[in-house]
Design a protein around this ligand. Sequence first.
Ligand SMILES: Nc1ncnc2c1ncn2[C@@H]1O[C@H](COP(=O)(O)OP(=O)(O)OP(=O)(O)O)[C@@H](O)[C@H]1O
Ligand SMILES: [Mg+2]
Length: 323
Amino acid sequence: MIITCPHCKKEHNIDEKRIPPNVRMARCQGCGQQFPLDIPREETPPPAQPQPSPVEMVPDPNPGSAPQSEQETRRIGVSLSKGGVGKTTTSVNLAAGLALAGKRVLLVDTDTQGQSSFMLGVKPKGGLTELVTGELPPEEAIIQARKNLWILAGGKSLAGLKRLIDRKDYGGELTIAQALTPLEKDYDYVVVDTSPGWDPLTVNVLFYVNELMTPVSLEVMSIQGFGEFLKSIASIQKFRKEVELRYILPTFRDMRVKRGSEFLEEIEKIYGEKVCAPIRYNVRLSEAPAYGQTIFEFAPGSNGAQDYRDLVRKVTGEPDLFT
Ligand SMILES: Nc1ncnc2c1ncn2[C@@H]1O[C@H](COP(=O)(O)OP(=O)(O)OP(=O)(O)O)[C@@H](O)[C@H]1O
Ligand SMILES: [Mg+2]
């Protein structure tokens, strides 16, 4: 069949039988732009087929134990296009809090800054990039950071992964999903930290996770960034209905700042139950990373630790945790 690029109008002769049924986007080899693939499908497409090796060879990272429940692994992406709103602080402390609550958690860092492993005080020799390229087998790419907590690190090498995704003619947006899906059965939760901005890795995360948690900084009033992010989610939902904005997490709550309270009231009116109890401004949260510790280790009695425990209760739906 002939597919015409909506940007440069170049015509591509494509054998549609070679396009996996779960692929929704293509990249034009002429102008390099991505565009939606609008191929009539005869039936509901089957779920994504996992890539062959190396992901098939995954051993249980903690042999002898299994995820707590028979339920599906929950995939939570922590994302907002704006920078410095508390995404990494939230990803790390949410993942650590879930692990303390006895859940098996994989934390995935998709940011070139690679801060998640730094915050946990671990130095993996590779991570997500090496997993996808097959340079490291899963048992070496994923390292155990704490009891019940494993990490697939980000870092500078993700620039290479972005290029790899960019070079794919179609299906690039499923690269991360194809790498992670076969591994996730070993975990109750996969928590994915994202970079600020909107890049091929963020798009990949939105094609993998089912639930999104969006930290919105009340201090810097990231309303505009939030609005833009909602539009971006809507554009992905056209292709992937499963991804849902599940939690809005107000961060940097400072009771002295009146505009922060007004904004909070506003989003609560619109989003109701999706709005989580705010994470207060707490200097202990900014100090903990320098010690390679989570807030529960560094300052378990702090407001920051209390607020992240509340978040774990909200996400698990288990109000009695940690009592
Ligand atoms: N509730 C809080 N109170 C005080 N400091 C905080 C709080 N949350 C995060 N911080 C600090 O604010 C800074 C930015 O937080 P963080 O790195 O989590 O944001 P981010 O959204 O991941 O940033 P980026 O977009 O650059 O990845 C960090 O120094 C962090 O320690
Ligand atoms: Mg970050």
